[in-house]
Design a protein around this ligand. Structure first.
Ligand SMILES: [Zn+2]
Length: 295
C-alpha cells in the first residue's frame, strides 16, 4: 500500500488526463446489502440522486432480499421490519434500477462462518436451488421488479447458477470481472479461454438452451480514497484494449460517497468518460459484435 505522502509525490507528476487514451463507457452498480441500516440507506439514496445529476444516468442497485439470512439478522439487529425494508426498496426503485444480488451458503444456518459461504465450485450445485428459489419468491410476492439483472455475491458464478437464472428469465449478468479480487475459477477460465478483453461484453448460452445471458463486466471498485488518480492507476492495470465498456462496483455500506462523486467528476472532466444506465448499457452491447460462449 502506498502512503499518502508517496501518493502526493507520484501524483504531482502523473497526468490527470491519461485515461483519455481509452474510450470509457461506464455504468455504476451497487451490491446493496444494508438496506435495514438507516444511515447507510439515507446516504445511498442521496448518492443515487447526486450521481444522476452529474451523469444523467441511473445507478443500478442489485439487492439482497429480505429473506436472505444475513439480511434477516441485520433487520433484527437494526429493528427494521419487513414492511420498512420493502418501503426502502420501493423508494430506491425511484432513483435506481433494481436488480438481484445473490449470496448463498452450504448451510444457511451458519451464515456467519466463512467456511459455509459459497465462493467456488466445491459444493453440490443443487444446494443453491432452495436459496435462489426463496429469493426469487421474495421478489414475486412483494412485487419488486428485479429487471432481469443479476450480480454475484462473493463473485460466485458457475454454469448451473447461470442456467437457473436464465430459466427464471434473467437476461443480464454483472458478475464477471478481470480485476484481481473479483472473479472465481469458473468466470476467469471462461474469459481466458475465449479471449475476452477487459470491458468486453459477451453472451453465455447453456448448450441445451435457446436463452442466453448478456454478461457486462465489472471493471474495478469505486475506490475509497481522496486521490482520484488512484482510480486511473488501478484501472490501467487491467485494461488491455482501447474500448472499455462495463460497470464500476461498490458495496452500499463501506465507502465514502463524497470521494466516489469526486472521482466521477474527474472521469467526466479529465477522461471524457461517458456514463450510462442499465438500459443504455444493454442497447450499447446490441450495437457491437458480441461473442456468444456456450457453457
Ligand atoms: Zn455481496
Amino acid at each position: 500500500m502506498l502512503t499518502n505522502l508517496v501518493k502526493k509525490s507520484i501524483y504531482s507528476v502523473y497526468s490527470s488526463k491519461s485515461l483519455q487514451a481509452f474510450d470509457l463507457n461506464l455504468g455504476y452498480i451497487f451490491h446493496t446489502e444494508w438496506l435495514y441500516h438507516t444511515a447507510t440507506f439515507d446516504q445511498l439514496l442521496a448518492f443515487c440522486k447526486n450521481y444522476t445529476s452529474l451523469t444523467r444516468a441511473k445507478v443500478i442497485c442489485t439487492i439482497m432480499t429480505g429473506v436472505n439470512p444475513l439480511v434477516q439478522a441485520g433487520m433484527k439487529k437494526e429493528n427494521c421490519s419487513a414492511e420498512l425494508f420493502l418501503e426502502r426498496v420501493n423508494k430506491l426503485s425511484h432513483v435506481a434500477t433494481i436488480g438481484y444480488h445473490g449470496h448463498f451458503w452450504t448451510n444457511t444456518h451458519r451464515f456467519n462462518e466463512a467456511a459455509f459461504a459459497i465462493h467456488s465450485n466445491t459444493f453440490e450445485p443443487p444446494l443453491l436451488q432452495p436459496q435462489l428459489g426463496a429469493d426469487l419468491n421474495w421478489f414475486q410476492q412483494n412485487k419488486v421488479e428485479h429487471n432481469g439483472i443479476y450480480a454475484a455475491g462473493w463473485w460466485f458464478t458457475n454454469s448451473y447458477l447461470l442456467e437457473q437464472l436464465l430459466q427464471a428469465n434473467f437476461t443480464v449478468d454483472y458478475s464477471f470481472s478481470k480485476a484481481p479480487y473479483f472473479y472465481n475459477a469458473f468466470s476467469m477460465k471462461l474469459m481466458q479461454e475465449h479471449n475476452i478483453k477487459t470491458g468486453e461484453a459477451f453472451f453465455v448460452r447453456p448448450k441445451q438452451s435457446t436463452k442466453r445471458m448478456l454478461c457486462i463486466q465489472n471493471l474495478i471498485g469505486a475506490h475509497d480514497s481522496p486521490f482520484v488518480l488512484d482510480f486511473d492507476r488501478n484501472l490501467k492495470k487491467i485494461l488491455d484494449s482501447k474500448n472499455v465498456y462495463g460497470v464500476l462496483n461498490a458495496h452500499d455500506y463501506d465507502r465514502s460517497f463524497t470521494y466516489t462523486l469526486k472521482c466521477i467528476e474527474h472521469l467526466l472532466k479529465d477522461a471524457n468518460a461517458k456514463f450510462f444506465g442499465h438500459t443504455e448499457l444493454v442497447e450499447f452491447a446490441s450495437m457491437a459484435q458480441v461473442k456468444e460462449i456456450l457453457i
